[in-house]
Design a binder for this molecule. Structure first.
Ligand SMILES: *Cc1c(COP(=O)(O)O)cnc(C)c1O
Length: 408
């Protein structure tokens, strides 16, 4: 325990653990990856959580992310940094899918317009708690935006590296929210190599996906929320657009913790890791029966958030998907764009391309009988569709001319 830390409310972290070897690491110390080069997982004294928090007490709290604080790592309330992390709604799709409702968990409502806010709000709070003053990160856009926003709020300096084809809006929002942002002529793992080199030289703390332990804890709240929103009976299937896989790994961890608390039973949703067929390392490994995924060469897809050629948590994604009875599935860009278009035009819900990928994968799964119509299904839309290019709407009207009202 760090003696300089004043703890002003009960917290329950006991230690951290290597996700590959189970080796223990002390809490309240700054950690990156484990000695085995794998992500660290935060462990809690769940028996004590159970004794101090009931489902009823939890339910009576405001429905934001911080209602779950007994299951989160931040020790000091003062270290909580917030831009208003609301519980995101489950929006039913009615008209763009055949069959009964399927719910979209619309993460585009979060600060900075994506679910990266969940992970980064936690990671930045912990960085503050542990005395970090400078952070660097490789990003396809949304993670950098969330990092910039939260780090700026607590006065931590940030340097962000994006692949050169990162959407302009992402690069600008990162800069606007106080980070130094650089376009790099490469993919996200090439950016990650630069971050790693600077970290090894002691220039900054490496905030790459899963290379610090707390983003998973933030993303875990998606699983906690789903349980509460579904009345503590988890849905039958979850379709998750998978890049680094933080959210899928986090939800899987959340379900285990909720079961340990006795708040849910042992039934789990089938987890579908959805990737774009132009960048599908997890799908390839899943189909080959491998435990790890090799780097995907020449990655390309319109869904930039899932254009991740290599994931350090590959084995955690694959284990969760297999243990759940789900699958890793790929969808092509045309199906992704069609799904985005249909959800907007028929259901009035503007998805991001990654969210479109989950709808496309769900449609395939219905068609092949992988999922049946009676099942309760959740699709993740991970960012607001407003950040992405939209088709032109070029019609104009001359108010001085003769208006043909029948043609409007
Ligand atoms: C980051 C991102 C993803 C992938 O999330 P992971 O948990 O890292 O797999 C999906 N969609 C969007 C919009 C993202 O920004």
């Amino acid at each position: 325990m760090n003696p300089n830390l004043t703890i002003d409310r009960p917290t329950f972290v006991t230690h951290l653990e290597c996700s590959l070897t189970g080796e223990r690491y002390e809490a309240d110390r700054l950690h990156g990856l484990s000695r085995a080069g794998r992500p660290l997982l935060v462990r809690y004294d769940l028996a004590r959580v159970q004794a101090s928090l009931s489902r009823e007490a939890l339910t009576a709290r405001p429905t934001d992310l911080w209602r779950w604080r007994e299951l989160l790592p931040v020790r000091r309330t003062d270290d909580i940094v917030s831009l208003g992390e609301i519980e995101t709604p489950l929006v039913p799709l009615r008209r763009c899918v055949d069959g009964p409702d399927v719910w979209v968990k619309d993460e585009g409502r979060l600060p900075t317009g994506s679910f990266k806010a969940r992970g980064l709000v936690m990671a930045v709070a912990m960085a503050k708690e542990l005395g970090v003053t400078r952070i660097a990160m490789p990003t396809n856009g949304n993670a950098g935006a969330a990092l910039a926003a939260y780090a700026t709020r607590v006065g931590i300096e940030t340097i962000v590296f994006c692949p050169e084809d990162t959407p302009e809006v992402n690069v600008r929002e990162i800069a606007m929210q106080g980070a130094r942002v650089w376009r790099v002529n490469g993919l996200i793992d090439d950016c990650g190599a630069i971050v790693g080199k600077g970290a090894a030289e002691g220039r900054w703390f490496d905030f790459s996906t899963l290379k610090e332990p707390y983003r998973i804890e933030g993303k875990k709240t998606m699983g906690l929320e789903l349980a509460a929103q579904f009345g503590w009976h988890l849905p039958d299937a979850i379709f998750y657009p998978t890049g680094g896989g933080t959210g899928l790994i986090g939800m899987w961890k959340a379900f285990d913790e909720l079961e340990a608390l006795g708040w849910i039973g042992s039934k789990r949703p089938r987890m579908y890791a959805v990737q774009a067929s132009g960048c599908a390392p997890i799908v390839r490994a899943f189909e080959a029966g491998e435990e790890h995924a090799e780097r995907w060469e020449d990655a390309h897809t319109v869904a930039a958030g899932i254009r991740v050629p290599r994931a350090v948590g590959d084995f955690l994604i694959l284990r969760a998907v297999r243990a759940s009875g789900g699958k890793a599935v790929g969808v092509g860009d045309p199906a992704i764009l069609k799904a985005v278009d249909d959800a907007a035009r028929k259901d009035g819900l503007l998805l991001c391309p990654e969210g479109g990928a989950t709808l496309a994968a769900y449609r395939d799964a219905l068609r092949t009988g992988e999922v049946d119509e009676e099942e309760r299904v959740v699709l993740f839309n991970c960012a607001t569709g407003l950040k992405y290019p939209m088709p032109e709407a070029p019609r104009t009207l001359d108010r001085h001319g003769v208006i043909d009202f029948d043609a409007l």
